[in-house]
Design a protein around this ligand. Structure first.
Ligand SMILES: NC(=O)c1ccc[n+]([C@@H]2O[C@H](COP(=O)([O-])OP(=O)(O)OC[C@H]3O[C@@H](n4cnc5c(N)ncnc54)[C@H](O)[C@@H]3O)[C@@H](O)[C@H]2O)c1
Ligand SMILES: [Zn+2]
Length: 363
């Protein structure tokens, strides 16, 4: 249960995701790399630098001849090409070559940026992910998307690039602020709704232990999430069809996220968005009213929002058309056929959508 292998079409290979309680097996993982790898560069943000850099550096120094480190200011606002420019300059200064390896130590921002830099420096050098937020552990560890924001557009510049391996130490979650844990939990619960009904039952039966980040339970959540995402992605690596279901709750969620001026976390908006999508699925009779009620109970238990306050219904609706995934000015909504099975619905009336929004708007 502690290692998941993710197949990638792109490179016709697979890479492991190690899910552990500490960093004690990281050295072994590093040593599995090609022996020609002599130089490693750890990329962290200002928070993960303080918390984990020394530990990782010490381990890396046992495995590589030269280990350098680069940290940037934490937060989405650093996720741009200027920062990447700084990475490249540092790589040149340290003499990193095609045989070197980049180690991403942090959440999704570090992973996306370090992965992007690794994918482009000298046409691509090796990279390793050590994700330290729940969101990055359950979401960005799988799928190979790397990149940066550009001119205010999220993830506009990027590529698909797979890591050599992903090493998750679940104990890193103990230092993560709880609202960030909850935001990651929303994405994990999403996999239950779209792909795995048993996983929803697992949440139902182990809520307390999961919330406490009890080792076996949180490892199960991460393993099952990565497995579900890997399954969906392996069926559709370039996002042409099935992969759309990963956007369950996101069309509503992105709209709320931008209207809130990014004050709410992405995962929190996705939780509210999932409630809308579940309401619509329930209005259509695909799931029961009690399923919707359970979702609200589950999200509240994890201290996730299920409604928005002081938002105009029409504004949320209009903003949904600005989502980059909206095609031909037509809203495609991911709905559930039943619990554990999602699909893209191309025929949804405005009034159905407005009713689903009405449900999440608190006056
Ligand atoms: N590549 C993908 O498939 C994919 C998927 C989902 C999200 N993303 C991207 O991920 C980003 C969001 O990721 P995120 O939520 O991890 O954000 P993040 O990387 O900004 O991390 C959130 C905050 O937690 C801090 N932090 C990280 N680990 C910590 C720890 N263990 N203890 C204490 N603090 C810690 C960070 O410094 C930061 O302040 C977005 O840019 C999004 O586009 C990418
Ligand atoms: Zn998301």
């Amino acid at each position: 249960m502690n290692t998941l292998f993710v197949k990638t079409k792109q490179s016709q290979s697979e890479y492991p995701i190690y899910i552990k309680d500490d960093f004690s097996e990281l050295e072994k993982a590093f040593n599995k790399l090609d022996t020609s790898v002599k130089k490693a560069c750890i990329i962290a943000d200002s928070n993960t630098k303080e918390l984990y850099l020394d530990t990782i550096k010490e381990i890396a120094e046992k495995c590589f001849a030269e280990v350098s480190e680069y940290a940037f200011e934490a937060g989405e606002k650093s996720k741009n090409l200027n920062e990447i420019n700084g990475f490249y300059k540092f790589f040149v200064e340290k003499g990193l070559d095609r045989k070197s390896v980049i180690i991403a130590l942090g959440g999704g921002v570090v992973g996306d940026m370090a992965g992007f830099a690794a994918s482009t420096y000298m046409r691509g050098i090796k990279f390793i992910q050590i994700p330290t937020t729940l969101l990055s552990q359950v979401d960005s560890s799988v799928g190979g998307k790397v990149g940066v924001d550009f001119l205010g557009n999220k993830n506009m510049i990027g590529s698909f690039y797979q890591p050599e391996f992903v090493y998750i130490n679940v104990k890193t979650l103990n230092t993560l602020p709880y609202n960030q844990v909850a935001a990651g939990m929303a994405e994990a619960i999403k996999y239950g709704y779209i792909a795995d009904k048993d996983f929803l039952d697992y949440f139902k039966n182990n809520m307390c232990k999961i919330k406490e980040l009890s080792s076996n339970e949180i490892k199960h959540v991460i393993y099952t999430s990565c497995k579900a995402k890997a399954y969906v992605v392996s069926k559709d690596e370039k996002e042409t069809g099935l992969r759309e279901i990963l956007n369950f709750g996101h069309t509503f969620g992105h709209s709320i996220e931008s209207l809130s001026d990014f004050e709410l976390l992405h995962g929190e908006c996705v939780a509210i968005g999932m409630i809308s999508a579940l309401k619509l699925s329930s209005d259509r009779g695909y799931i029961n009213q009690s399923d919707l009620e359970f979702a609200e109970k589950l999200f509240k238990f994890f201290e996730l929002p299920v409604k928005v306050q002081n938002f105009e219904k029409d504004k949320i609706f209009r903003q949904m058309f600005f989502d980059k995934k909206t095609k031909n000015n037509k809203l495609n909504i991911i709905l559930l056929k039943e619990l554990g099975s999602a699909y893209t619905e191309k025929n949804v009336s405005d009034s159905e959508i407005l009713e689903a929004i009405e449900y999440i708007v608190k006056s």
